[in-house]
Design a protein around this ligand. Structure first.
Ligand SMILES: [Fe+2]
Ligand SMILES: [Fe+2]
Length: 295
């Protein structure tokens, strides 16, 4: 596909370093990718990197904060002072992370993000469902597993970004700093989760595990934000508009976001989840189920 930039920022994208490895992006895994010119690919990559930051912001403020906030309230009522302090520390970290991701996006891509997130939003229906779920103690193990998986994923994501050659050094530094806090969070999540799972009966754990894997599948499916990046790209490069439906269709047809799945499924990159899945095999997913050390 041949395309001419609609604006200077998009047109000079090729001169700017990528934010993420191309293989982490959704479009990279479609047939459309090979037809895109280098400047278009690079602009897509940088829009995608900004969208990843937005996803971390949405996840941490919309999901982690709700779930951990409820568990902290419960711990406070039980008089578990030390745990409350640690959970409140985690919540304060997430507020800081949200500010850091938002500031990066606004500073590095003001033409897109000056007014805040553009690719991600929590629809009111999902927000309401999440509120109800977070107030349901029986669901805390499921929700905390998801918090843990996504926090450990953010460490794996940072490691991937920092190890990839040629990545924008500021983007890599942002995620390296994020991962330093998340390592602490992962330990805390695992401790609380082990405690919660220990209190649940076997039958309850089976139901929780099935729900957990279902939610994880939802996380890995390409959804609105990936499509929103393609739509933005097509607005910036008008000749692409004729191919927009094909690109969107190909990304949706992937079924799974391969970049996310490959990190989430790798026991070496997700060691805490892998270890917990060994103790609680009903919660294991993907490659963790086939981990030979579990047999
Ligand atoms: Fe965070
Ligand atoms: Fe975190």
């Amino acid at each position: 596909m041949s395309a001419r930039a609609a604006d200077g920022d998009a047109g000079t994208a090729i001169m700017l370093p990528p934010f993420v490895p191309d293989r982490f992006t959704q479009l990279h895994h479609t047939t459309a990718w090979s037809t895109l010119e280098p400047a278009v690919r690079r602009r897509y990559n940088r829009l995608y990197g900004v969208r990843c930051n937005e996803q971390f912001m949405l996840f941490e403020s919309g999901f982690t904060a709700r779930v951990v906030g409820r568990i902290a309230e419960h711990a406070r009522r039980r008089g578990e002072r030390e745990l409350v302090v640690r959970l409140e520390g985690l919540l304060a970290d997430e507020i800081r992370h949200h500010r850091a991701f938002d500031a990066f996006n606004r500073a590095r891509m003001p033409e897109v993000c000056a007014a805040g997130p553009v690719f991600t939003a929590l629809p009111p229906r999902e927000r309401a469902a999440l509120d109800v779920a977070a107030r349901t103690p029986a669901l805390w193990p499921v929700l905390l597993w998801l918090v843990l998986a996504l926090e450990e994923f953010s460490i794996a994501f940072a490691a991937m970004v920092c190890a990839a050659p040629g990545i924008d050094p500021d983007y890599a530094a942002l995620h390296a700093a994020h991962a330093r806090d998340e390592r602490r969070h992962v330990h805390l999540d695992a401790e609380v989760l082990t405690w919660l799972l220990g209190r649940a009966g076997r039958a309850a754990r089976r139901v929780q595990a099935a729900l957990f894997r279902r939610l994880l599948a939802e996380v890995v499916a390409p959804r609105r934000s990936g499509v929103a990046v393609i739509r933005r790209l097509c607005r910036e490069f008008p000749p692409l508009a004729a191919h927009e439906a094909v690109m969107v269709g190909e990304v949706r047809a992937l079924g799974q976001d391969r970049g996310v799945r490959d990190l989430l499924d790798d026991p070496r990159r997700m060691p805490t989840c892998a270890a917990l899945a060994r103790s609680h095999p009903e919660f294991a997913w993907g490659a963790f189920r086939a981990d030979p050390s579990r047999r």
